[in-house]
Design a protein around this ligand. Sequence first.
Ligand code: HGY
Ligand code: MN
Ligand code: MN
Ligand code: MN
Length: 405
Amino acid sequence: MSETFDDLWAGLAPLGRDRTTGGYRRFSWTPADRDVRAWFTEAAGGLGLDVRADGNGNLWAWWGEPGPGAVVTGSHLDSVPDGGAFDGPLGVAGALAAVAELRRRGLRPDRPLAVTVFVEEEGARFGVPCLGSRLLTGAITAHRAAGLTDADGVTWSSAMEAAGLDPSGIGPDPDLVANIGAFVELHVEQGRGLVHSGAPVGVAGSVWPHGRWRMDFSGRADHAGTTRLADRNDPMLPFAATVLAARAAAEEHGAVATVGKVHVSPNGSNAIPSRVRAWLDARAPDEAALRAVTDAVDAAARSAAVEHGVFQATYQESYSPVVNFRSGLRDRVAALAGADGAPAPVLPTGAGHDAGVLSTAVPTAMLFVRNPTGISHAPQEHAEPADRHRGVAALTDVLADLACD
Ligand code: HGY
Ligand code: MN
Ligand code: MN
Ligand code: MN
């Protein structure tokens, strides 16, 4: 039975890792996802936890019968393409290690305790991030989720079914949510706030509002060599102008904007594209700044499309309003996670999390573990072993405080 964090990590870390890039490719309902779900089921079962999937495919490993006031911890196991090792998995392996540590301390929770794995947190295959927690809380309808498709047109429901789960039950689970007394997510910091503060563990204060927009530029395919420039309706030009406009608007409003995913049709080097489909990820310290960025980007896209005789349309695929974690639980967690009598630092983050989605319905907190590179969503993401253990120790203390009288 794997009990220590290092034992658990040794079993999880190799799964879904791409040998050439060193990054992870754990996309929902794929064989890599099946492997990490199997790892979780076995590791949690080995700790005597009762593992069940909810109607959305989220995994719940229960210590005690599910019921009111449950203390829940966990994160996700899916990744972005070539993601880092810790984004998600640190919170899942850390939660299991914390349960093992509670047992080692001879503690028994006085209310139900669960370790969760939320599905499709990154939205890397089906486009909407935190899909499992959004479905659970009703932040997205079952109808919309069921029809989400991946790059090959495979729907969420059919992929879930092909993975052996029944998609007919997806949707909100108000009874399960009502039973959650508190949710705490341990997560690698995606940034260098803790490096600057010199602390190994921090607490999330807020999550920036952010969203994901799909932009379609439709032009006219033609020969790259025989079509005069004046005769072209080339969607690549307004696309390029839009990327630069997004960057300029973000700089102007203290925000961030990213276009990391582009599909070009027909994607031939000697054919003027017929369509460029691109995804904008925009995030800002507040809603007004975010709206200013997206308005500026949309205006630039429209005018550039007109200039080149191209049609442009923008679709909002996901939106996450600002999250301010409740100060009571936040400060209680910061006090427990601090060192030398000082509370752990409270940090804002531009990264979205299931904890942010759940915070609309239940008291929620996040613990961050120092990432010396500050890099995330890339293979260079890192957390030193000593800091991983400090994060697990802090989570253990928080769970003991919340679950044991
Ligand atoms: O994209 C995010 O902010 C998170 O890592 N899913
Ligand atoms: Mn992530
Ligand atoms: Mn994450
Ligand atoms: Mn998350």
